[in-house]
Ligand binder design. Structure first.
Ligand SMILES: [Zn+2]
Length: 272
């Protein structure tokens, strides 16, 4: 069993849209390669606080990363910092806010865009500043990092679904089509990653509302998908008490990191 984890964080993707539009990914579920669960995001349903939630296991009100304007380093231990502490290799193809939270803040486009530095929490990174930076490039950057550096933990973070949602809103063709396009990009890599033995998680930070935004408690803003692929997962059809704050600790357990003091979802994985 491989302990390596690939986390795909699809920015702004609502559960129902993922379920209805991501035909390849749902095909993998239909053929028992993985499982899909419904997750409620923490509050506020806003990007940077929820990157921090997924990557540190702390809800925004606890982490103190409470809004998108927080352009400082995270004060909390993260999957990245714990990996570094345990001698594991980390990589990310992600929006620049991730670099600000775990590497350097504020983001310097020249210094921080492409990094290879074992002293950083994210040792190998390709970061982008533009919400319309093509998702296709984000996947290519991620696959380059995977093939080049063989990371134990790889974050893949495309932004175009959220960007489309801010233009068209939750119930729009442009938003749904951005999810479909992502599914097509994922189809190039997902099965290969599964066949290579990676434990793959595909989820979102938050959803989208009808007003072309997100931050509140509506189901369309809070309900997000959690796809899991790999033999460390139980694929139990009903997993109770599944929270976004448990992803960090659960991923740490898969990576073999002990004593991380993060919440885990014990029903989601076999004892590792
Ligand atoms: Zn957004």
């Amino acid at each position: 069993m491989s302990n390596k984890v690939i986390l795909v964080l699809l920015d702004g993707l609502n559960y129902q849209v993922a379920h209805d539009c991501m035909g390849f990914t749902m095909g993998l579920i239909e053929h028992n390669y993985g499982s899909l669960y419904k997750l409620q995001c923490e509050l506020p349903s806003v990007s940077r606080p929820l990157y921090e939630c997924v990557l540190t296991g702390l809800s925004p009100v606890i982490s103190n990363v409470v809004c998108n304007a927080y352009n400082k380093r995270s004060p909390n231990t993260s999957i990245f910092s714990l990996c570094k502490e345990h001698g594991l290799t980390t990589a990310a193809s992600a929006y620049y806010w991730v670099s600000e939270l775990y590497n350097n803040a504020p983001f310097d486009n020249v210094r921080d865009r492409i990094v290879n530095n074992n002293d950083l929490n994210i040792q190998h990174g390709i970061f982008y500043k533009w919400d319309h930076y093509p998702d296709e490039a984000v996947y290519i950057d991620a696959e380059f990092l995977r093939q080049q550096y063989d990371p134990d933990f790889l974050l893949v973070h495309p932004m175009n679904i959220d960007d489309a949602g801010h233009r068209g809103g939750y119930d729009s063709a442009v938003y749904r089509n951005a999810a479909r396009t992502n599914d097509t990009y994922l189809s190039t890599y997902l099965k290969t990653w599964i066949d290579l033995g990676y434990q793959v998680i595909v989820t979102a930070d938050h959803g989208m509302n009808l007003d072309n935004s997100h931050s509140g408690v509506l189901a369309c803003e809070r309900e997000i998908p959690l796809f899991v692929f790999g033999n460390v997962f139980t694929h139990c059809p009903k997993v109770s008490n599944l929270k976004q704050t448990m992803l960090c600790g659960t991923i740490c357990n898969i990576l073999g990191i002990k004593n991380h003091k993060k919440d885990i979802c014990a029903e989601l994985i076999y004892e590792n």
